[in-house]
Design a protein around this ligand. Structure first.
Ligand code: HEC
Length: 212
């Protein structure tokens, strides 16, 4: 009977292998009640995997999503609809003062984003106008008379073929651009309104040097 212990060992090994394989097949993924010494818990832990269906409420993902309506710190959703430019102009005030750092930031943002269509000085001659509708000059009396909030509104909501830039700009960027635009306006002659008959007098101001 020298073979007996060997047969026994083999049988024990086979049983162990079967058990281990069984662990892998295990219980279906999901919550298994934890039991002391239950090795199934090793391969099937009560955890969420982001790309696996959530076990609570069967959402399509285990990722935790923000509650509807959640707003990030320092994020202020823009409340005015596209047609409410005048209202935005009446209600919004520019929170920034035109100090050198803000003006430099406004120029920087303008020259990253707006310049492609509106041109370096806002004359509507940006490089993209070869392909894209040419915007009117930003030096018309109309835009000069707009309160800061109306220009801010164009950046947030766009206008006709101009898309919204709310995704590229935060509020500080957009207000700083308005201040930069004001500076460009101060140093540029009033442009004729493209919609008005040519009677509009273009009162050319003295351009006190290049400020940009
Ligand atoms: C992709 C090109 C494009 C970019 C980029 C762009 N604009 Fe415009 N913008 C236009 C066009 C085109 C119009 C004219 C839309 C229309 O037909 O009323 C316009 C109109 C405007 C007006 C209203 C002018 C008026 O007299 O009605 C303002 C103000 C303005 N843009 C500001 C900005 C600012 C500030 C930026 C940068 C944050 C910017 N735009 C970026 C294309 C652009």
């Amino acid at each position: 009977m020298r073979n007996r212990p060997r047969a026994f060992t083999l049988a024990a090994l086979a049983a162990a292998a079967l058990l281990t394989a069984g662990c892998d097949l295990g219980l279906p993924a999901g919550r298994t009640p934890h039991r002391e010494g239950n090795r199934l818990d090793m391969g099937d832990q009560p955890k969420l995997k982001p790309q696996r269906e959530d076990i609570f409420g069967s959402r399509p993902t285990g990722l935790m999503e923000p509650q509807p309506g959640t707003v990030a710190i320092d994020e202020y959703p823009y409340p005015y609809a596209q047609a409410e430019g005048a209202l935005a102009g009446a209600e919004l005030a520019n929170p920034l003062a035109p100090d050198p750092a803000i003006l430099a930031h406004g120029k920087f943002v303008y020259e990253q984003i707006c310049i492609t269509c509106h041109g370096a000085r806002g004359d509507g001659d940006g490089l993209l106008t070869a392909l894209f509708p040419r915007p009117p000059s930003l030096h018309t009396q109309r835009v000069r008379d707009w309160p800061d909030g109306e220009i801010f509104h164009r950046e947030m909501r766009g206008q006709a073929s101009m898309p919204s830039h709310a995704r590229q700009l935060d509020a500080r960027d957009a207000w700083a651009v308005v201040l930069h635009l004001r500076q460009l306006q101060e140093s540029s002659p009033v442009a004729p309104d493209p919609n008005a008959p040519p009677a509009a007098p273009a009162a050319a101001e003295d351009a006190p040097g290049e400020s940009s």
